[in-house]
Design a protein around this ligand. Sequence first.
Ligand code: C5P
Length: 401
Amino acid sequence: MIPRHYLFDTFRGERVHLGVCGSVAAYKALELTRALVHLEMPVEVTLTTAATQFVTPMAFRAVGAAAVHTAPFHLEDPFQHLQPGELARAVAVVPATANILAKMAHGLADDLLSTQLLACPGPVLVAPAMNPRMWLASATQANVQVLRQRGVRFVGPDSGAVACGDMGTGRLAPVEEIFVEILRLITPQDLAGMRILVTLGPTREYFDPARFWSNPSTGTMGASLAVAAALRGAEVTAVCGPVDIALPRSVRRIDVISAQEMFTAAMDLFPSVDMALCTAAVADFRPPRQETKYKKDGQSLALTFAPNPDILAAMGKTKAPHQRLLGFAAETGDLAAAAAAKLERKNADLMAANPIGQAEAGFASPTNRMVVVDRSGRTESWPVLPKTEVAWRLLSWLASL
Ligand code: C5P
């Protein structure tokens, strides 16, 4: 399953051509097709003859492929070998066998897929899958080097156990990684060269070895921003509170538990970044921590909480003129007024406020309803949108400041 925060509406209508080769991993190309189709991206598929021994053309049609090609030439369409290069935004070969890599490296065109690839000016992505000995064979490695030099994007292969039982490098990369890399290949790189820090998730404030004080943040808004920024070419580091949320490998991830740990990790990184996106729901207070477990004795437990450091405010105090800061505000009442006040108080550049206590916004929701304010006073009120769309818009706004 592709995580929901990897699904950006902006790719609707972008055509991708998928080449599938004969490998046990060929069935995973079905999941990939389904995910691309879910974004309403038209996907055409070419199966090699060997691929049809593992998966059927019908299965690709059934998961929504716009067309499936197998035969090299067709009476009705004698030029189908030219179409991916002319019409698709990218061609992805998933899984790619040693054979197709060899053909691509040497310009062989003896079946439909290899002919389509030769006639495609790019961009091309390959996700290899094969036995580790085949991957490590010097012929394959030489072909890989040639293809990399020509700009072919490789995703994987990964290490671990392969289908035949051998251990080593040759497993198909996870489908969600391939999916993200295909999207990245066709995304305008408007944030290339930017270093972006995202804080996300809740923090946990332990008051004994077994118990903590926290909040229900899932990190979805921050993860959406991290993925969007990575797709747009930024170098992204995510400082994550304890959340079970997937991030692509292209995002550097630093896991922390408490607000104080998050503060230290984020402030260490802050001087070296161009943007900081503070989405974390940091606990404002922390209880004193006792090293032995509190015993239940029928009495009430009274703890005096101390204030935690405010990461966004600390960044606002030390930020350099080129640095941009995004903050979030979960509010009741007048969102625009609250956002403007918080923007000022924390010296941020953009403040996004969402209402508290509504089903379609805030904690654990895949959507958000935002009022966004910048320092010039520009204020926008957005309808309920997927958090991925909110993330895309916020990055565009920040990049324009
Ligand atoms: O002051 P308040 O907690 O409402 O501000 C919310 C904004 O400040 C969010 O962007 C949040 O990530 C950030 N924040 C922070 N460190 C804190 C508290 C909030 O970075 N200790």
